[in-house]
Write a protein that binds this ligand. Structure first.
Ligand SMILES: [Zn+2]
Length: 116
């Protein structure tokens, strides 16, 4: 299936935020491994470390928000496991069953070919 350009842009944004978060987490973990004394020295010499710790917190929050904003709902082709009817549905990501518009059973579905 083809994605809307805005979906691609959102996915890219989430990917970049995740990368930035991982990178800053790494820096923060390395900084945390330092003794308090050494960290204090570095902080005095390199104020960037304090900024990085703050940036990591901001990025973590932004990354979570961005992920939630695109993962809350998804759309795509689904197939009724009971009668085989296929249709397109917009559904919350954690939905396990949908009502089939053909046989009206609340049935599990599987993504048909082409769904991500
Ligand atoms: Zn059905």
């Amino acid at each position: 299936m083809s994605q809307k350009p805005s979906d691609v842009a959102e996915n890219e944004k989430v990917y970049l935020l995740e990368q930035a978060r991982k990178q800053t987490d790494d820096w923060v973990n390395k900084a945390a491994a330092l003794t308090d004394e050494r960290f204090g020295e570095l902080q005095a010499l390199q104020p960037g470390i304090a900024v990085t710790v703050l940036a990591a917190e901001i990025l973590t929050g932004a990354s979570l928000l961005a992920r939630e904003s695109i993962c809350e709902w998804m759309q795509g082709p689904v197939v009724c496991a009971h009668c085989g009817h296929s249709w397109r549905a917009v559904r919350p990501v954690d939905t396990d069953t949908l009502e089939c518009p053909s046989c009206h059973k609340m049935f599990g579905y599987g993504p048909s070919l082409g769904d991500q």
